[in-house]
Design a binder for this molecule. Structure first.
Ligand code: NAD
Length: 459
């Protein structure tokens, strides 16, 4: 087996050979990947089920389906995306033809998390390859079965000098981060994001960091609570609540709190039955360590629904917590599980106090039919992306860039934004030779006022 530095040398040589600049070559790899995913589909589904009992429906909805549509999109638009784009020239550069070139960075490191282990490894890989890079991918050690399938899949499609998957935990990740890369794409926690940023700073390596945080969901009194509860139970408990953009907690108008809790209880029963542990649609927590962590979070809180924990089987019931203290651990760290705290507000100032108490979130959701309330809320708070009157679905439109801000991330991807994320933007001006006024050349005496006019009208 090759060492990490040998692999990087191989990929660097491949990149420098200019082979990856060939669009037809990239397309052939993307098409082969699509075929291989279809061949391996059952293995991917089985692995996701073994890793945390993810149902086939959720696996297709939130992993395989999105990966296939990103592949289709890249295959369809790659030629157009990669083509130098003619840009309107400036009179200051006259005569010229101006362009934007998209160039691949080179050898890229992708580090993936476990919560959507297939999607969040494959989507960056696809866009990195589409943009003409070579890739070393490190999938998560916590979802071993899925990581194994990913490694096989990549091996079956890509020569090692184009893309390879290296499985391993923190030690492997640390060793990878110690190398010099042309670009790093990291998805994971804010804490590890800081470690990645520090490692990247050593070589001034450009990075995209897709991180986490506590995403609020604000609900005012103008809503249909039954519909809100239906959407909330779906968006919060999908993937067992282990979704980076899941609503972490609710801020509800105090007058609707009790009815909201009742609507949520009824909806959980509708979806998962009176014992969600028996439901084939309710996933498990990824491991016992995280189950214990979540158990600690709810230990001394006011549980108004759920709360059952089975550490051996990594199960936590959908759980509602009534008005936890802002200083309690559950309101300090990202929950990342099927636990939903419900806080209340009377005024916008109460909402500010809660949201500004925390780092900028990855998402913000607001359920309301009051347009001035919506406008004020969306304008006031800084967050990565959001949805009005639903949850998570901004992730599903590839035309929308996806990413965080501040502690929830740096940079964005998805669809064409993903291709751009893995491309350096290279502006090129081709100067014409047929006209070369002496104005810009020394001596400059007497030219300042004309220069001012030029900037005033043509700058
Ligand atoms: P994590 O940060 O623990 O791990 C992510 C990756 O980093 C893994 O591959 C892991 O092996 C590696 N890693 C872990 N510790 C490391 C260390 N000390 N040094 C170097 N590498 C290390 O995250 P996770 O638990 O896998 O995923 C959950 C987190 O990811 C949540 O915070 C969630 O919000 C976030 N997330 C964000 C997005 C997004 O798109 N913004 C998507 C999914 C998950």
């Amino acid at each position: 087996m090759k060492s990490i530095s040998e692999l990087i040398s191989l990929q660097n040589a491949c990149f420098k050979s200019q082979k990856t600049k060939d669009i037809a070559f990239r397309l052939s790899l993307l098409k082969a990947l699509k075929k291989e995913i279809s061949t391996q589909e059952q293995n991917i589904l089985d692995a996701l089920y073994k890793d945390f009992k993810k149902s086939a429906f959720e696996a297709y909805l939130s992993e395989i389906g999105i990966v296939i549509s990103e592949l289709n999109l890249a295959i369809k638009h790659l030629k157009k995306w990669a083509k130098p784009k003619r840009i309107k020239a400036s009179l200051l550069t006259f005569p010229s033809k101006d362009y934007i070139y998209k160039e691949p960075y080179g050898t890229v490191l992708v580090i993936a998390p476990w919560n959507y282990p297939f999607l969040l490894a494959m989507e960056p890989l696809i866009m990195a390859i589409a943009a003409g890079n070579t890739v070393v991918l490190k999938p998560s050690e916590l979802t071993k079965n899925t990581s194994k399938v990913i490694t096989t899949l990549i091996k079956n499609v890509f020569p090692e000098n184009m893309a390879t998957s290296i499985e391993g935990g923190i030690d492997t990740s640390t060793e990878l981060l110690a190398q010099k890369w042309d670009f790093i794409f990291f998805t994971g926690s804010t804490t590890v994001g800081k470690i990645v940023a520090k490692a990247a700073a050593k070589h001034l390596t450009p990075t995209i960091l897709e991180l986490g945080g506590k995403s609020p969901c604000i609900i005012d009194e103008s809503v249909d609570l039954k519909l809100v509860a239906r959407r909330l139970v779906w968006g919060k408990f999908l993937n067992g609540g282990q979704t980076c953009i899941a609503p972490d907690y609710i801020i509800a108008k105090s007058s609707i709190k009790q009815n909201l809790i009742e609507a949520l209880k009824a909806e959980v029963k509708n979806r998962y039955g009176s014992n969600p542990k028996d439901s084939v649609d309710f996933p498990r927590i990824v491991n016992q360590k995280n189950t214990l962590r979540l158990g600690e979070l709810i230990k001394d809180s006011n549980i108004v629904f759920g709360g059952d924990i089975d550490v051996t089987n990594c199960y936590i019931a959908p759980t509602l917590i009534d008005e936890p203290n802002l200083e309690s651990p559950i309101m300090q760290e990202e929950i990342f599980g099927p636990i939903l705290p419900i806080l209340v507000y009377e005024t916008q100032a109460d909402i500010e106090k809660i949201i500004w108490h925390l780092d900028k979130p990855l998402s913000l959701y607001v359920f309301s039919n009051n347009s001035s309330f919506l406008k004020e809320t969306l304008n006031k708070f800084s967050f990565g992306g959001g949805v009005i009157n639903d949850l998570l679905i901004h992730f599903g439109n590839h035309r929308l860039p996806f990413g965080g801000v501040g502690a929830s991330g740096i940079g964005e991807y998805h669809g064409k934004h993903g291709f751009n994320a893995f491309s350096n933007t290279k502006p090129i001006v081709k100067r014409g030779n047929w006209f070369d006024p002496s104005f810009r050349y020394a001596p400059y005496k007497g030219k300042v006022s004309l220069l001012k006019t030029v900037f005033k009208y043509f700058g």
